[in-house]
Design a protein around this ligand. Structure first.
Ligand SMILES: [Zn+2]
Length: 168
């Protein structure tokens, strides 16, 4: 038997203002996108914002639920909508924010808030866009007073199954 250990790398910040300007803008856009979450069942609203290297706009997504409890997560909403217009391969950075629907992103947090993280299925989606983009995706997960920044989905999804496993 051989024991292997994996390490993951991420950066942590107390405030979004410590990040480069484009990433601060991306986080603000994700909070903005969260306003359009449709979450009458979970009462948990998530927003996601994506930037690319080539297209000078930010793409937005928010979680969308329905009565059969099928959830379209914010991350998948934005990545799929980019796919629908042929831009999935350009994904460069994604910011994700979230919290209970009672939470106002513009009010100060009471105590330290853990940033939301992508669910397993969304991690798989990020793996796919990262592979077709051919560059590590920057994943920024933010609460009101903590930001975690990860470069590359391998830090969130080790031993991922991906396009290469199907010969792509
Ligand atoms: Zn998800």
């Amino acid at each position: 038997m051989t024991l292997h250990e994996l390490t993951i790398a991420f950066e942590e910040f107390d405030s979004a203002t410590e990040l480069p300007e484009d990433e601060q803008r991306l986080i603000l856009s994700a909070w903005e996108a969260r306003r359009y979450a449709y979450s009458p069942y979970s009462h948990f609203q998530v927003g996601a914002a994506v930037s690319t290297n080539k297209v000078g706009r930010i793409f937005l997504g928010s979680n969308q639920e329905n009565a059969n409890f099928k959830v379209s997560c914010a991350e998948r909403v934005v990545l799929d909508s980019m796919g629908a217009i042929g831009l999935k391969h350009l994904v460069n950075k994604i910011a994700i924010v979230g919290g209970p629907d009672s939470m106002n992103p513009y009010h100060e947090a009471i105590g330290l808030e853990e940033p939301v993280t992508p669910c397993g299925q969304c991690r798989q989606d990020i793996k796919e866009v990262e592979d077709i983009a051919g560059q590590p995706t920057v994943i920024i997960m933010a609460s009101r007073n903590r930001v975690r920044r990860i470069v590359g989905i391998k830090n969130l999804l080790p031993f991922a199954f991906g396009p290469a496993d199907l010969g792509k």
